[in-house]
Design a protein around this ligand. Structure first.
Ligand SMILES: *Cc1c(COP(=O)(O)O)cnc(C)c1O
Length: 420
């Protein structure tokens, strides 16, 4: 591959074109392995950023794409519809919490967050309360890279402080303190409660990642905290937007992370694993109340409609991915991945350089005391046949659910050797 051209001309995520970090040429992928051009196999510990639940080159997904391609790869969604979209939306309505009944198909995670924010604003506009147009978000939150989504990211860890002057100024509550297994005391929710009590007149919604804060810190928090937020939203007339783009489809041990708390949001965003890691698609679901509220308003319609909305290929492969997931023993697989991660990463707790080790579902996080040298750590991991992408102080694994015990051991051994 012409890596010189790549270095000189192609942006990669969050990268420089003056002093680009190394990129590794991948020729193909199969099962849990990425194959470098020189033939070396790497165990993918990232699932390509939460997406590839079933691993790569999955026959069921390939077949779904091929079959759909022979019928139509794409048609516009304005005024037209098709079976793959109908099947997918039926499934999403069925598997997500019951109150979520209406589906908007978006083209990427960030766009589904924009759509969620627009839904919340349009809902309150329709209720004759356009002054309810701010969000309350959590510190350490991450919701995407577009302007509306950036404004809801943690102003510091959200990677977007450079644009602060151009972003809508929202309200931020502290990151949830109680961890996954801890109760939520009154003090833990006090600041968020105060922000809501003082500002509910201008707040449209609370937006958060339920249970697992992803790119903004890889932290797991208490289901009781989420329950308290839901109650406060109900008491003070705020919508709750749950961003399950990373957590959706089983990653945290429940199909959707909201289930840990037994709550339902008013608006839900899904993406990443939706297509089983094959291509881009996202969805924003909402309740009847939100949908009807919007449509009874001044505009009469919801004001959004991307060109590639409801792409039939993406819908068809999502249907195949969800079927494959639900017909697999995914709960058992995720539970054993969690146990194995806990067990095999435990030795790192005693390492001087390590601040914390935490695992939930098929997610294992090692938080270092100092930011890691990504290029050096990656090189050392690759020498051990493993692909991870650390950022800041965090080195974490979220492998495909189909990973074998042996491959997962190779992955955790590499982490322990390199990080200790
Ligand atoms: C990745 C992510 C997004 C953004 O999705 P893109 O597809 O990258 O635009 C939004 N929210 C959360 C929680 C994410 O993990």
């Amino acid at each position: 591959m012409d890596l010189d051209f790549d270095r000189a001309h192609i942006w990669h995520p969050y990268s420089s074109l003056i002093d680009p970090p190394p990129v590794y040429p991948i020729a193909r992928a199969e099962g849990v392995h990425l194959y470098l051009e020189d033939g070396r196999a790497l165990i993918d510990g990232m699932s390509s950023w939460w997406c590839a639940l079933h691993g790569y080159n999955v026959p069921e997904l390939n077949t779904a794409l091929q079959k759909q391609m022979e019928k139509m790869s794409h048609v516009m969604f304005g005024g037209l519809t098709h079976q793959p979209a109908i099947d997918l939306c039926k499934k999403l309505v069925e598997i997500t919490p019951q109150p979520l009944q209406r589906v908007f198909l978006a083209d990427s995670g960030s766009v589904s967050v924009e759509v969620a924010i627009k839904m919340a604003l349009q809902y309150w506009h329709s209720q004759g309360r356009p002054e309810k147009n701010k969000l309350l978000a959590l510190r350490n939150g991450y919701h995407g890279d577009t302007f509306g989504a950036m404004a809801a990211c943690d102003p510091v860890t959200g990677m977007h402080h450079l644009f602060a002057g151009q972003l809508t100024q929202h309200f931020f509550a502290p990151a949830p303190r109680p961890t996954f297994n801890e109760p939520c005391e009154d003090a833990d929710i006090a600041e968020l409660q105060q922000l809501i009590e003082e500002n509910h007149g201008q707040l449209a919604a609370v937006i958060l990642e339920p249970i697992v804060q992803g790119a903004g810190g890889m932290r797991f928090y208490s289901p009781e905290y989420l329950q308290r937020v839901r109650e406060l939203c109900d008491q003070h007339e705020l919508l709750l937007i749950a961003d399950e783009i990373a957590t959706g489809f089983g990653r945290s041990g429940k199909l959707f992370a909201c289930e840990h708390a037994g709550i339902s949001p008013d608006i839900l965003t899904l993406g990443k694993a939706l297509t089983g890691g094959t291509m881009t698609l996202a969805a924003t679901l909402c309740t009847d109340k939100v949908a009807e509220g919007i449509c009874r308003g001044e505009a009469g319609v919801f004001m959004h409609g991307p060109t590639f909305m409801g792409n039939p290929l993406a819908c068809a492969v999502s249907n195949a991915s969800i079927d494959l997931l639900l017909s697999s023993p995914w709960q058992q697989r995720v539970a054993s991945i969690e146990q194995q991660l806990q067990r095999e990463l435990a030795p790192l707790r005693n390492a001087d350089a390590v601040a914390d080790v935490r695992c939930l579902g098929a997610i294992g996080v090692v938080e270092m005391r100092e930011p890691v040298d990504m290029a050096r750590v990656q090189e050392a991991l690759i020498a051990r046949g493993v692909w991870l992408r650390p950022f800041g102080k965090l080195v974490y694994a979220m492998p495909p659910y189909v990973i074998s015990e042996q491959d997962l051991s190779q992955l955790t051994n590499a982490m322990v050797e390199v990080l200790a």
